[in-house]
Ligand binder design. Structure first.
Ligand SMILES: *Cc1c(COP(=O)(O)O)cnc(C)c1O
Length: 416
């Protein structure tokens, strides 16, 4: 065993992550975020948010953390539930909720086939809860209906099947809103046959802002709801799971078991509180900006295949490149007929102040600048003009190119 003096070890251990130019780098990053249409996960804490966050209490949340407890009880009250639990991520929130609802396999969870719980949580329902997932394709291509649920739910005692125990909805889903009367009908039916209902409300804030519906009303039909602070609301970390006192007490246990019991979370809870007070009120501007983006694309001649209901314009493409949408959200690659998403993205990237684009999905967030939307529209307009000048003619109802997943551009999987 070699020995040395302690200060030599301290020298090895120490780390200064601040570069000489960190202030400039952060300023550049904020500028880039204002021009990034890939996802709302990239929103960043403002200096004001962090200044507020440093004032939070200093408890240990595995025992009791006052600022975190205040956030949990506020969100519980806001959503009309008895109790809340601050968790590190939306995935943790959904998975802890499922694990808490599901007690004795075999069983299944019914959800939309596009839902985060099914597609983007690494198969967590199977891993954590041993649950089969019934991933339903909505018959109307927009949202699950009562009939879809009735047609797919498993209620039989036949031992060949895994009986459904939870119906999990997502609102918004890819930026679209489920009509509340449909949610109420699904929930009443689910409860009438003894099922639990969970809402992945990562972006439920957008529904409240867009439809002026109180969060309590949106959450009333559900036994449990997960709400994210780190997406559209721009907090750095965290989600809140809400439900009955008994449910949350058990969920707290699973949070610890899964390794999600955190310590001095006051700074995170305060960031989330700041986001509720200062960023939620910005959502109407975000939605208006999204609609302006959509209208601009239409005016240029792009075809909108999925309307911007909240903060996402989905599956736009130049109308000169004919397109179609099916329920799996696949689309036809327009490269064989002249215009590609890559071309638009590359042109955007080449601007004096780059735009960051992720293919067919455009996400507008609280930190998107009006100028970014203007520059994006100007880029698409210019490209369309060039194609036309080069003799490009809209093909008649023909289908071109290869089928791609909407999230893939240049072979890269993009952030959710
Ligand atoms: C992002 C997201 C989640 C998961 O949140 P993470 O914090 O990324 O784990 C869950 N549901 C929906 C609808 C989401 O968009």
């Amino acid at each position: 065993m070699s020995t040395t003096n302690f200060s030599a070890i301290a020298d090895q251990v120490k780390l200064d992550i601040l570069s000489k130019t960190h202030a400039l780098e952060n300023a550049a990053k904020r500028k880039e975020i204002a021009r990034n249409f890939v996802s709302d996960t990239i929103t960043v804490p403002t200096e004001e948010m962090y200044a507020y966050a440093t004032l939070a209490t200093l408890g240990d949340d595995v025992y009791f953390e006052p600022s975190t407890a205040a956030l949990e009880s506020h969100v519980a009250q806001l959503t009309g539930k008895e109790a809340g639990l601050f968790v590190p991520s939306g995935t943790a929130s959904n998975q802890i909720a499922l694990r808490t609802h599901l007690k004795q396999p075999p069983y299944s969870v019914l959800c939309d086939h596009r839902s985060h719980i099914h597609k983007y949580e690494a198969g967590g329902a199977a891993f954590h809860s041993g649950a089969a997932v019934i991933a339903v394709v909505p018959s109307n291509n927009h949202h699950l209906t009562l009939q879809d649920v009735k047609d797919n739910v498993i209620l039989t005692g036949n031992i060949h099947f895994a009986p459904t125990e939870v119906v999990a909805l997502e609102n918004t889903l890819n930026g679209t809103i489920i009509p509340q009367d449909e949610i109420v009908a699904i929930s009443e039916y689910a409860h009438s046959v003894g099922l639990k209902t969970h809402l992945d409300g990562a972006r439920i804030w957008h529904v409240a802002a867009e439809t002026s519906t109180p969060l309590k009303e949106l959450c009333d039909p559900f036994d449990s709801v997960s709400l994210c602070f780190s997406k559209g609301l721009g907090a750095p970390v965290g989600s809140c799971l809400v439900g009955t006192k008994e449910f949350i007490a058990k969920a707290r246990w699973f949070r610890k078991l899964f390794g999600g019991g955190m310590r001095q979370t006051g700074i995170l809870a305060a960031s989330a509180a700041y986001a509720l007070s200062h960023n939620f009120p910005q959502l109407p501007r975000v939605h208006a900006l999204t609609k302006r983006l959509e209208a601009g694309l239409e005016e240029i001649g792009a075809k909108i295949l999925s309307r911007a209901e909240t903060c996402m314009v989905r599956l736009f493409r130049l109308a000169l490149c004919d397109a179609s949408l099916n329920a799996r959200q696949i689309f036809y690659d327009p490269s064989t007929i002249g215009v590609t998403y890559d071309e638009i993205a590359e042109r955007g990237e080449a601007l004096p102040e780059s735009l960051v684009l992720g293919g067919s999905r455009l996400v507008v967030h609280i930190q998107t600048s009006d100028a970014a939307v203007d520059d994006f529209l100007a880029t698409v307009r210019q490209l369309a003009k060039e194609k036309k000048a080069a003799g490009f003619v809209k093909p008649e109802g023909q289908v071109n190119g290869a089928v791609k997943d909407v999230y893939v551009r240049r072979g890269k999987k993009l952030a959710q």
